[in-house]
Design a protein around this ligand. Structure first.
Ligand SMILES: [Ca+2]
Length: 378
């Protein structure tokens, strides 16, 4: 029996064990109410187990899978195996704290234009800042780099960078920028922190962004009052954007992201400070859009996706949310834009950093502690 087979059997055993404990009513204390149930035993293939803080995944049409690692590497996989190759020419990143090389996403029309987008914490004077760049590939070499955006003003905090990238059906690019410790300033529109932004695919500002005519406002802002959104989902079938953000101690949120809206942080919140002190007694406020769902205690949600594949019976349209602190994937069922319930998948396997649907219709995940590339079979 080789090591991969052994690891796979261990994962399967962990999954089955966690399902049994949840079905008996234990192990459910990790989400609000009794909404979480772990009922599915899944077959999981461990494709690779030496990832170092992976963050994002993107498949090229030629079959290559690119995985970003926080330290600033982009690993090349093919047919579920690491080729031993890495992309060259990755821009310099500040890999400290939560910063580093973060998300990666192909342009929806990649076949025609060959653009690949990344987000990262760029070292700048006085610290680091969330930055969006696009580039093309010549073999494994990064070429034609274009920096499209950087969050302003620069700050020296090494946490809350966001930052996921999604494209909608009209090729508008949405990306998240974390609050970087600016707290109440995320309600001010004169800075980029704690916001979800919308730009054209070339980095220019669309005329119909909500604050383009607001004096002093940063024109890329689409919504504000966010803490640290490390998950962003585009639901193509319904033309919706979902944001998933870390709360403080308790109060992680799933938000339906809509034009110009204020999502409340830090003046409304369902959690408390890490030291146990009360941050705000307000969960709601006029003018603030409430989350579709919140998690108390925190699951620490990160990379997320919507299931579009037919390979997983009953899962189509569900959101899969990778959880770091509580080490599982939350399968969230919705009724329209309302939260219905969720199921914990692969409980306690690892910290799930990203989950994504491959071009083959199968679901893949990358984790840290241990650093795995997993394929989830129906
Ligand atoms: Ca909120």
């Amino acid at each position: 029996m080789n090591r991969f087979m052994l690891l796979y059997l261990m994962l399967l055993l962990i999954t089955i064990t966690s399902c049994q404990s949840s079905a008996s009513g234990k192990g459910d204390e990790t989400t609000a109410g009794d909404s979480a149930r772990a009922t599915s035993a899944l077959k999981v293939d461990t494709l690779y187990k030496d990832l170092q803080n992976p963050w994002g995944m993107a498949w090229l049409p030629d079959g290559r899978l690119l995985i970003t690692e926080k330290a600033g590497e982009i690993l090349v996989f093919r047919d579920g195996k690491f080729t031993g190759e890495k992309l060259s020419g990755v821009p310099a990143v500040m890999s400290e704290g939560q910063g580093g090389l973060l998300d990666i996403r192909l342009h929806p029309n990649y076949n025609e234009n060959k653009w690949i987008y990344i987000s990262f914490s760029k070292p700048v004077k006085g610290g680091a800042t969330t930055t969006i760049m696009r580039f093309k590939l010549d073999g494994n070499n990064i070429v034609d780099k274009q920096e499209l955006y950087e969050a302003k003003p620069y700050l020296d905090a090494d946490y809350h960078f966001g930052s996921r990238i999604v494209f909608d059906k009209d090729n508008y690019m949405f990306f998240s920028s974390g609050e970087r410790g600016t707290m109440k300033k995320v309600w001010e529109l004169n800075n980029d922190h704690g916001k979800i932004h919308r730009l054209k695919d070339d980095g220019s500002v669309p005329d119909d962004n909500p604050f383009v005519k607001t004096k002093g406002a940063r024109p890329s802002i689409w919504s504000y009052g966010h803490r640290n959104p490390q998950g962003l989902i585009y639901d193509q079938a319904n033309n919706r954007v979902w944001g998933i953000e870390h709360g403080p101690r308790g109060g992680d949120e799933l938000n339906l992201i809509e034009k110009g809206k204020n999502y409340g942080w830090p003046l409304t919140c369902y959690g408390i400070n890490y030291d146990g002190s009360v941050l705000t007694d307000k969960k709601e406020m006029p003018g603030v859009t409430n989350p579709t769902h919140y998690w108390v205690p925190s699951i620490a949600p990160c990379g997320s996706m919507i299931v579009t594949s037919d390979k997983y019976p009953g899962w189509k349209g569900n959101l899969l949310v990778g959880a770091l602190a509580l080490r599982h994937i939350a399968r969230v069922q919705l009724d329209g834009t309302n939260y219905v319930k969720e199921e914990k998948l692969l409980n306690d396997v690892a910290r799930f950093r990203d989950v994504a649907e491959g071009p083959d219709g199968f679901i893949y995940a990358v984790t840290e502690g241990p650093g795995l590339l997993l394929k989830i079979n129906p």
